[in-house]
Design a protein around this ligand. Structure first.
Ligand code: SAH
Ligand code: F3S
Length: 514
């Protein structure tokens, strides 16, 4: 029998991916990378080392798009030097700008909307086979029947790859795609398509698999996660029902969910958060503004009175819950008096933190079509700053109440300080670590690196606006074998909270406007 020489192995191809935007994008990037890895691709160590450079993009604000066009400008020279380099634009900007991406940056080879990500491996093969640039996007939201549009936005939920997450013990799990709320300022319904729930069985099976692979915490994600509804054979599953079933999964420690829509914060959901031991007492429920008139112009569908009623129900049932919000300053026609109402809301509502954004007009939205963007940039900046300062005071006061308490913390990794120093302390060396409490507060402390991924008790010694400082309780870190340290009950808190900047792991976010 002759032995054939197969010749040299083809060189492994390497991928570099940058991610902007929300948790959906972080998850999508993880899944795209995993799919390409199954086709033999590896992660590049630097962009210069990559055979393909992908940008997973965000269209929520102009600033996020500008960053991508600048990055595309920078990669152009690399592409001129190495014409074989594949440059890809994925996600919301691909859906929104479609052909325009290649008009502005003709060196882009791949344009794929969020509803078509399952096609990336095939499209990449097409480019490698000499098929030229590839564009795949979903139907426009005005481009057909709801069913046809929904079908064209496919939820992308292939097998997970723990190696591809910033922390293997935490994972995002998608509950639904798209949004049907059509707030006047927001491009998400257009670029992410109609709201479509995933079947509960798929969510449960994915979570069980993640837990079997070592995941301790899941964060359910949906644009309006608490609008989740799945009906089958006359039985409706709401988010509260789903949480109940997830809570029963052995080996899972913490469950979080983002982002909530104020009107869908129903009593059954608040009761589920109260009663289910693994569910975080952390609720991100964006108010967006403090004035009824502005909320009306924003088409948010509730008044401040209704928002406060909802908040009151949370405070009664979950007195220690951390509630967080998003706010937009400088929305069309916002007067000083209207802005003052947002300031008053932040001063009185006791949010753990708020993500604050300057209004950015988005083509294709009702506000862009019908309302002038008439608040000067300088005024937007001033209001942004004033609101940040007000929130920082509230956050600091809230955090100070934790000094002297003991908190169960899921250890996430090196603190920002030690990450920046790039010192490798080795698995048993002491480092400055950071993690999150059950109510999503960031805690920084010195401990051995081997505690990463564990639940550890921390005594809180000091507070700043966006983080707490502490020490590992009673020398626990040295005394207790690793596996015993990890058997926590507790509710959750960690990599949730909206992600609004490029390539930053969720745990590194602090509230700020982009
Ligand atoms: N439901 C989504 C919201 C997506 S947009 C979620 O999962 O977070 C995130 C936040 O960006 C919104 O809550 C809003 O505060 C802000 N935002 C949306 N459109 C904006 C715009 N045109 N200008 C400024 N901020 C905007
Ligand atoms: Fe956007 Fe409003 Fe939906 S903010 S994501 S349209 S709930």
């Amino acid at each position: 029998m002759g032995i054939t020489n197969p010749g040299p192995e083809p060189a492994t191809r390497r991928l570099w991916i940058e991610t902007v935007g929300c948790q959906m994008n972080v998850l999508d990037s993880e899944l795209v990378v995993a799919a390409l890895r199954r086709q033999g691709w590896e992660m590049a160590r630097t962009q210069a080392d990559a055979d393909a450079v992908f940008y997973n993009t965000c269209s929520v604000r102009q600033h996020a798009e500008d960053k991508i066009y600048s990055a595309l400008g920078r990669v152009r020279q690399e592409k001129e030097r190495r014409p074989g380099l594949i440059v890809g634009v994925l996600g919301c900007m691909a859906q929104k700008d479609q052909v325009l991406v290649r008009t502005r940056a003709p060196w882009v080879d791949l344009v794929v909307g969020p509803g078509q990500l399952h096609q990336v491996p095939r499209l990449v093969d097409g480019i490698l086979a000499g098929g030229g640039p590839q564009i795949e996007v979903s139907l426009d939201r005005k481009g057909g029947s709801r069913e046809a549009i929904a079908r064209s936005f496919e939820s992308y939920d292939p097998d997970r790859d723990p190696a591809m997450r910033p922390t293997p013990f935490q994972a995002f799990v998608r509950t639904q795609t798209g949004c049907d709320k059509f707030c006047a300022f927001c491009v998400v319904p257009r670029v992410r398509g109609p709201e479509q729930a995933r079947p509960p069985e798929a969510i449960l099976a994915e979570t069980r698999k993640l837990v079997a692979e070592g995941c301790r915490e899941v964060t359910l994600i949906g644009q309006t996660v608490n609008s989740y509804r799945w009906s089958d054979g006359g039985v409706t599953t709401r988010l509260s029902d789903l949480l109940g079933r997830l809570d029963a999964i052995d080996g899972l420690d913490r469950i979080k969910f983002v982002t909530n829509y104020p009107r869908d914060m129903t009593p059954d959901l608040i009761a589920a958060v109260r009663d289910l031991p693994k569910v975080s007492h952390y609720l991100h429920v964006p108010a967006q503004h403090g004035s009824d008139d502005v909320l009306l112009r924003m088409r948010r569908g509730y008044s401040i009175g209704e928002y406060m009623e909802m908040l009151g129900r949370i405070r009664t049932e979950l007195p220690h819950a951390a509630v967080t919000s998003d706010f937009i300053v400088g929305f069309c026609g916002e007067t000083d008096a209207e802005f003052q109402m947002t300031l008053d809301l932040v001063r009185t509502a006791g949010f753990k933190n708020s993500f604050i954004f300057k209004y950015s007009p988005r083509p294709g939205t009702k506000a862009h079509e019908r309302l002038p963007d008439d608040v000067p940039e300088e005024v937007k900046k001033e209001r942004n700053q004033a609101l940040l300062e007000a929130q920082a005071e509230v956050s600091l006061a809230g955090n100070r109440a934790f000094v002297g308490t003991r908190q169960q913390v899921l250890v996430e990794g090196l603190s920002t300080r030690d990450e920046k120093r790039s010192v490798d302390p080795g698995p048993d060396g002491m480092a400055q670590l950071s993690g999150r409490t059950a109510c999503d507060r960031i805690v920084v402390f010195d401990a051995p690196l081997r505690l990463v991924g564990r639940l550890v008790d921390i005594d809180i010694t000091a507070a700043a606006a966006w983080s707490l400082l502490g020490t590992v309780a009673d020398g626990l870190a040295d005394a207790v074998p690793l596996d015993e340290l990890s058997g926590g009950q507790g509710s959750c808190g960690t990599a949730a909270g909206p992600l609004y900047d490029i390539a930053s792991p969720p745990s590194r976010q602090t509230p700020s406007g982009v």
